[in-house]
Ligand binder design. Structure first.
Ligand SMILES: NC(=O)C1=CN([C@@H]2O[C@H](COP(=O)(O)OP(=O)(O)OC[C@H]3O[C@@H](n4cnc5c(N)ncnc54)[C@H](OP(=O)(O)O)[C@@H]3O)[C@@H](O)[C@H]2O)C=CC1
Ligand SMILES: C[C@H]1O[C@H](OP(=O)(O)OP(=O)(O)OC[C@H]2O[C@@H](n3cnc4c(=O)[nH]c(N)nc43)[C@H](O)[C@@H]2O)[C@@H](O)[C@@H](O)C1=O
Length: 359
């Protein structure tokens, strides 16, 4: 990529897309195309075709997708497979038709089998059955990998697919029902601490920024307490009890979103990196893992966030909520061999994102 190359970042307001835009700007790139979901619905094939023929981007980062945590994936199964297939079909196909020089597609580590050997290497793709809770989303992501691979093989395109582990950082989704575990626990524990300390200003500020089911900071104290209880933040006579979904035993690996963005830009800048496009029937180099290679149990994650935020109430585990995959740790050695490694450790990242959240 040249500093004045025309770069389209699909999903530039999201967790990853916003970090990619920030990273590119910091590295001196200056010619961007961005469209919000409202301005360009990427599920609309005609609108995407018109957009590509008018704008003619040279490089594309595909960071737009229907994204959510375990319960959202499990509940809105049709939306997750339909919208993700549409978005990626449209963007990948138009990138081919309009001669995009290089395109990066974001998948996810949920493409690997539910009981995958650990740590997960790239070539474990399609070796066993998937985890049920996010199977539709994972199948859409696998289709995206296979589209990039197939267009590279048939048409000689330069499309690369990256498989990030669980991500977190600024501009994440902090919805208590639909988000991923790390932002959900940050918000729950922040609200739990404020309730414990009777810090109504913090609770009201939070609810005015992100109302829950129509409850804002201006609602009555009783309705605020009732809505928080519904989302697992329970006030008892002497403490606050916070719900953590599942058994607490699943292991997860977390990567700071700005590290993730740096890895994406690093891969787009590799002129001689052919690993994703030199696959054959025998060598299945279709994609590359992006992770830290370090994981933590959900119980330990919850306690780490509790200690960082300084919450003095108690945590309890609700086993009626799904655990999902018990372990999904990436093997990032392929990326390390290219010369990239993450910078931000989990504790530092949680402190940074909590600081971003409260401000
Ligand atoms: N978050 C995570 O832990 C992980 C994410 N990933 C993958 O990384 C990528 C980015 O995820 P993340 O940043 O977390 O997601 P976010 O939900 O934070 O952002 C998604 C972005 O996609 C845009 N978008 C969604 N639907 C459409 C549509 N129909 N048309 C146009 N734009 C749309 C949104 O636009 P707008 O802002 O305008 O609404 C938003 O900017 C995704 O491919 C995801 O699958 C992979 C592994 C883990
Ligand atoms: C990135 C990846 O993310 C999704 O997979 P996931 O890792 O299972 O998602 P998650 O972050 O929502 O949960 C991780 C673990 O944490 C537990 N957990 C505890 N308490 C809360 C909680 O309050 N909220 C959430 N969401 N989970 C909680 C939860 O029960 C689970 O055991 C995919 O669907 C798909 O989107 C994908 O690719």
């Amino acid at each position: 990529m040249e500093k004045n190359s025309k770069i389209y970042i699909a999903g530039h307001r999201g967790l990853v897309g916003s970090a990619i835009l920030k990273n590119l700007k910091a590295k001196g790139y200056e010619n961007f195309i961005t469209k919000t979901h409202k301005q360009l619905d990427l599920t609309d094939s005609q609108a995407v075709a018109t957009f590509f023929s008018q704008e003619k981007p040279e490089y594309v980062f595909l960071a737009a997708a229907k994204v959510g945590g375990i319960v959202a994936n499990n509940t809105y199964r049709a939306d997750f497979i339909y919208e993700n297939l549409c978005i990626q079909n449209n963007v990948i196909h138009q990138s081919y038709l309009h001669g995009v020089k290089k395109m990066l597609f974001l998948g996810s580590t949920c493409i690997y089998p539910k009981n995958c050997p650990q740590p997960m290497k790239e070539n474990y793709l399609l070796t066993d059955v998937l985890e049920y809770t996010n199977e539709p989303y994972a199948i859409a992501k696998i289709a995206g990998i296979k589209m990039c691979e197939s267009y590279n093989l048939q048409y000689g395109t330069n499309f690369i697919s990256v498989m990030p582990t669980n991500l977190y950082g600024p501009h994440d989704n902090f919805d208590l029902e639909k988000s991923h575990v790390l932002p959900a626990l940050i918000r729950k524990i922040h609200l739990g601490k404020a309730l414990y300390n009777k810090d109504w200003d913090s609770i009201k500020k939070d609810l005015n920024t992100m109302p829950i089911e129509g409850i804002t900071g201006d609602s009555s104290d009783a309705s605020i307490i009732a809505i928080l209880e519904k989302y697992g933040i329970k006030k008892t006579d002497d403490t606050i009890q916070l719900e953590v979904w599942g058994s607490g035993k699943p292991m997860r690996e977390f990567l700071w979103s700005e590290d993730m963005a740096d890895a994406c830009v690093f891969l787009m800048e590799q002129r001689n990196f052919k690993d994703c496009i030199t696959h054959t029937k025998e060598i299945r180099n279709t994609h590359i893992n992006i992770g830290t290679g370090i994981d933590i149990s959900i119980k330990d994650l919850a306690n780490l966030i509790k200690n960082i935020i300084g919450f003095q109430g108690t945590l309890y585990f609700n086993t009626s909520k799904p655990d999902g995959t018990m372990k999904k740790l990436t093997d990032p050695s392929k990326l390390h061999a290219l010369g990239w490694k993450h910078q931000i450790d989990l504790e530092t990242g949680i402190k940074k994102v909590y600081n971003w959240y409260i401000n």
